[in-house]
Each structure stands twice: as C-alpha cells, then as structure tokens.
Design a protein around this ligand. Structure first.
Ligand code: E4P
Length: 215
C-alpha cells in the first residue's frame, strides 16, 4: 500500500518526505484554508518536495465551469491530480476531462456504488471517507473491501485511496482491506513510527552501551 500525506502543511510534508515514506499528497479546501495560503502557490510548493501525485480540489458547481477549472488545475504541474466531488455533475466532468488524459481523484465517496460509477466514468482514484463513515455509524472498512473486490472482479484500473483516516489503527485496517493507497494526517504518520516498547528498548540499549567502549 502506498502512503500519501493528507495535509497542505509544507513543514509536515518536508518532514514526511525526509522519512522516505511519502508517495503523494492530498489536499482539500479545508486543509488549505487552515494554512492561510494561496492554493496554487502551495500546490506548486508541494510538487517541489514530493515527486508523486498531488491532489488539488475543484470547487465549481456548474458543469462547464467545473470542466474549465479541472483543466486549469491540471495545467499547474504534471503531477497534479484533480479532485472532483462525487455527484452526477462530478461524473459528467470526470468523463470529459479523463478522456483528455487528466487524472481525477473522486472525493467524498461513501458507497461502493459511487466508487463503481466514478471508476466507469474514468477516475484514476476513488477516495472513500472512512472516518466520516465511522462517525455516522457505518462500517467504512467494509466499503473499502467492497470497492476493492468490485474493481478486482471487473479488472477496473481505478485505485482505492482510503481517506479520512483518523488513527494509526485505521491505516493497518485500510491496508488489510486492500486499499491501494492510504492518505494519512501527518500526526498519524509520525505516530506510526513510534511504539512504547521501542522507546524502552532504545533506552536500555543506550544505557548498556555506556558500560563499554565503542570501537
Ligand atoms: C482527503 O482526500 C480527504 O479530503 C480527507 O481525508 C478528509 O478527511 P476528514 O474527514 O478528516 O476531513
């Protein structure tokens, strides 16, 4: 499973990149607003740090405007993936721009049927929102399993990008459910590198190492 960072914070992206484990980045209007920066400038900054798919979201609510916006965002950088929200309008836009070679990440996916439609319309990625499904009392991981099974059965090339992950255990579960990618908040990624027994073990080794002379 590949790992994307779910953030627009450039310091966290640099920190994750230095760890050598970040394959891409997903942003959304909420994450960019939190940073108080200009969207295009920040996406280009991210593209300088991570050589992989960088998702940037469209916000237009009318078909021609949405298609134009998707084309404009895709032209920012070859690694930019256009995020389009799931809806009938979104499917029309995905169908049109993916035929032009633009890579689309369909966002706000909450069911396997939505993912199937997005894949058939030509999306490169579908993003089921696991945390928000769990918040509403649904089994988000089961939705991932259904999408993965469906795509495998019908040889659909669209990749399942598990999104809205809230904790380290969610990442493990998403991987076991067969997600191709997990997009992870930075705090969760950094926490995944730690374990209390690792800390105890490190302290013990350091204490014992102080008892002899290293070569
Ligand atoms: C990423 O593509 C999504 O926009 C993000 O994971 C949503 O996460 P949230 O439900 O925590 O806002």
């Amino acid at each position: 499973m590949r790992i994307f960072l779910d953030t627009a914070n450039i310091d966290d992206i640099r920190r994750g990149a230095a760890m050598g484990v970040v394959d891409g980045v997903t942003t959304n209007p909420t994450l960019v607003a939190k940073e108080g920066v200009e969207y295009k400038a920040r996406v280009l900054e991210i593209c300088d740090v991570i050589d992989g798919p960088i998702s940037a979201e469209c916000i237009s609510t009318e078909i021609e405007a949405l298609v134009q916006e998707a084309r404009r965002i895709a032209s920012w950088h070859p690694n930019v993936v256009v995020k389009i929200a799931m809806s009938e309008l979104g499917l029309q836009a995905i169908h049109r721009v993916s035929a032009e070679g633009i890579k689309v990440n369909t966002t706000l996916i909450f069911s396997a049927n939505q993912a199937l439609l997005a894949a058939r319309a030509g999306a490169t990625y579908v993003s089921p929102f696991i945390g928000r499904l769990q918040d509403a009392g649904h089994d988000g991981l089961e939705v991932i399993r259904e999408i993965v099974a469906m795509f495998e059965t019908f040889h659909l090339p669209t990749q399942v990008l598990a999104a809205s992950l809230r904790g380290a255990r969610d990442v493990t579960e998403a991987a076991l459910a067969g997600a191709h990618i997990a997009t992870i908040p930075p705090a969760v990624l950094f926490q995944m590198a730690n374990h209390p027994l690792t800390d105890v073990g490190t302290q013990r080794f350091l204490a014992d190492a102080a008892k002899y002379t290293a070569v």
